[in-house]
Design a protein around this ligand. Sequence first.
Ligand SMILES: NC(=O)c1ccc[n+]([C@@H]2O[C@H](COP(=O)([O-])OP(=O)(O)OC[C@H]3O[C@@H](n4cnc5c(N)ncnc54)[C@H](OP(=O)(O)O)[C@@H]3O)[C@@H](O)[C@H]2O)c1
Length: 341
Amino acid sequence: MKAVGFTQSLPADNANALIDIELPEPVVSGHDLLIEVRAVSVNPVDTKVRRNAAPTDGKPRVLGFDASGIVRAVGSACTLFKVGDEVFYAGTLLRQGSNAQQQLVDERIVGHKPTSLNFAQAAALPLTSVTAWELLFDRLQIPRGVNSYNAADNLLIVGGAGGVGSIAIQLARQLTSLNIIATASRPASAAWCREFGAHHVIDHSRSLRDELKNAGIESVRYVASLTQTEQHYAHYADIIAPQGRLGLIDDLTAPLDIRPLKSKSISLHWESMFTRSIFTTHDLIAQHEALNAVSEMVDAGQLRTTLSEIIGPINATNLCRAHALIESGRSLGKLVLEGFN
Ligand SMILES: NC(=O)c1ccc[n+]([C@@H]2O[C@H](COP(=O)([O-])OP(=O)(O)OC[C@H]3O[C@@H](n4cnc5c(N)ncnc54)[C@H](OP(=O)(O)O)[C@@H]3O)[C@@H](O)[C@H]2O)c1
C-alpha cells in the first residue's frame, strides 16, 4: 500500500523531510479495525514528531494522527463497528499513523463519522475534538448544560482560531452557558473565532490582562491555554478568579513556576489526548464516546467542521507543505489532504 513516512529529522522544506513509500498491508486482530484511509488532517504533533523523534531502527515511521475512512475488516474482539462503517479517529502515538492507504486502529478510540460531512470535512475534527472535549469536560471539569453560572463565569481560550481553539469555542458555546472570550491577533483569525461562537475576541499579541480590562472583564474562571503558554503565563495568576482553573495542552521548554497560583487556590490541569491510548486506561472507550457525541452534534447542526483548506492528495510533497504551514503558527482551523492519487 502507499504511505508517507520519514526516516530522519529534516526541515519541512527539505525534499526528503517526508518520503513516499510502499508498505505491506496491515493484518487485523483483537480490538483493531482495519481502516481504508480516505482523508487526513495535519496537526502540530506531526511536525513535532518529525523534528524530534526520528526512527532509530532505519525503518520509515508513518505520521498522521487524524483521519476519516471506511472499516474494511474487524478484529475478533471488536463489538462497536462492522465492515463498511464510515469512521473518524485520531489514533495513537505508539503505532504507525494515518498517512497510509490502510491503518490499524483500536476500535475504542474510533467514532462514527458524521453522516452530514464528507470525508475531508470529517478528517478535520477528531484529534482536536477529543483534545477540546477532554480539556473542557474531563480535566477542567466544566459542568455541561445551562446552569447556575454567575455573570463572572468566563472561559478564556488562548489561541482561539487554531485547530483546538476552533472546536473548543464551539463545544463550550453549545454545551455550557459560559461567556467565551477567545484570543486572536489578526482580523481573519478574530473573525474566525466570532464565526465559531466566541462572545468576545481579544488580541494575544498584547497583554491579556489589559485586553480583558478594555473589554470590561475583570477576571475569568477558566483558562484554556492552547498555545504559547510560556508567553502568557505571567498574566494568568492575575486574570484567573480565586479558585479558578487553568488548563494546558502545549509543550513547555522550561519548568513552570506554580507558586503564583497558590494565593488564589488556582488549580492547574494538563490535557494530553494520547494519555488514554498510550496507557490503555480503563476508560479508553471515553474517546469513542466523545467522538460519537461530536458526530451527533455535527449531524444535529450544533457543530461545524473546522476544515479551512484542502491541500490536495495525500503524498510527501503536499504533506511537507502542510507541515510548513502548521509550523508558521498562523494556520486557521484545520488543513486536510484527501485521497492517494
Ligand atoms: N496536549 C494535547 O493533547 C494536544 C492536542 C492538540 C494540540 N496540542 C498542542 O497545542 C498547541 C495548539 O494546537 P493547535 O492545533 O490548536 O495549533 P494551531 O492550529 O497551529 O494554532 C494556530 C493558532 O495559534 C495562534 N497563535 C499564534 N501565536 C500565538 C500566541 N503567541 N498566543 C496565542 N495564540 C497564538 C494563531 O492565532 P493568530 O493567527 O490569530 O495569531 C493561530 O490561530 C500545539 O502546541 C499542539 O502541539 C496538544
